[in-house]
Design a protein. Structure first.
Length: 271
């Protein structure tokens, strides 16, 4: 079985369907369509009537979604786009409003597991971490070209890493000897920068640093801040926004926005 045939069960599938409440004839946006797992569940509830618009910045994911959702091709629109461009995409499609928007944040399992994508400290690969492989900035450039001070800021702010300065210093020293080309070499450098006692707690010692670099490469927090108000604006009356977040930085942004948005709209208590 090749990578294109592997399908993962989407996170919180039943909960997503329950909150979005898809109905025949409705218009929904899966702004992180990925392999199409959530989209498939929603389309089945819609009964082939209505429209589901799927966005993703990963062309490989869109190809998998196209294959997986082909039975619903008549009510499916897929676009290679970042969710930060949500309003622009809907405008191009002539959509004035939608009944629901889903944002499933973070990196996908297939991106993590694919050596060609260079996301994981567990899979030896060339440093990359781009969700959209059309963009120029990748993890190699961040690790090898950013100034030490900027690296420390990224690792501290996006990884919430206590040892950010030590890690940035270690990276700066090692790349003077030779470029840091691979995920496993970066993971080893990070591990060596963290005291042994601290390495025994909180999972893999490189986890936070890899998260930070990935967020920087893909502009994840910036794009989320741009996407949330757009999602709110495109919702019709009674529409619903569902966001799945995976770490405290995303969670904080989403909760702050929801509190702000909720104070300005007559939302039902369970929304």
């Amino acid at each position: 079985m090749d990578e294109g045939d592997v399908r993962h069960v989407p996170v919180l599938r039943e909960e997503v369907v329950g909150y979005l409440r898809p109905q025949p004839g409705c218009v929904l946006v899966d702004a992180t369509v990925g392999e199409g797992g959530h989209a498939l569940a929603l389309l089945r509830e819609m009964g082939g009537k209505g429209c589901l618009i799927g966005l993703d910045r990963d062309r490989d994911a869109l190809q998998r979604a196209q294959r997986r959702l082909q039975e619903f091709a008549s009510c499916l629109v897929l676009r290679h786009a970042n969710f930060a461009s949500l309003e622009a995409v809907l405008g191009e499609l002539g959509m004035e409003g939608v009944d629901g928007v889903l944002l499933d944040l973070g990196v996908s399992a297939l991106q993590l597991e694919s050596p060609a994508r260079g996301f994981s400290y567990r899979v030896p690969a060339r440093l990359d971490m781009r969700m959209d492989r059309d963009q120029e900035l990748d993890a190699w450039k961040v690790v090898n070209c950013y100034e030490e001070r900027e690296l420390a800021r990224i690792i501290r702010d996006y990884g919430e890493e206590r040892w950010a300065s030590r890690i940035a210093r270690g990276i700066a020293l090692q790349r003077k000897r030779a470029p840091i080309d691979t995920t496993d070499r970066l993971a080893e450098i990070v591990k060596d920068c963290i005291p042994a006692a601290a390495r025994r707690r909180g999972g893999h010692p490189a986890r936070r640093t890899f998260q930070a670099i990935r967020i920087e490469v893909n502009g994840e927090l910036r794009d989320l801040e741009a996407a949330l108000p757009q999602a709110a604006r495109v919702l019709r009356r009674g529409g619903r926004l569902v966001v799945i977040s995976y770490h405290s930085l995303e969670d904080r942004l989403v909760k702050d926005f929801m509190r702000s948005w909720g104070s300005r709209c007559p939302c039902p208590p369970e929304a």
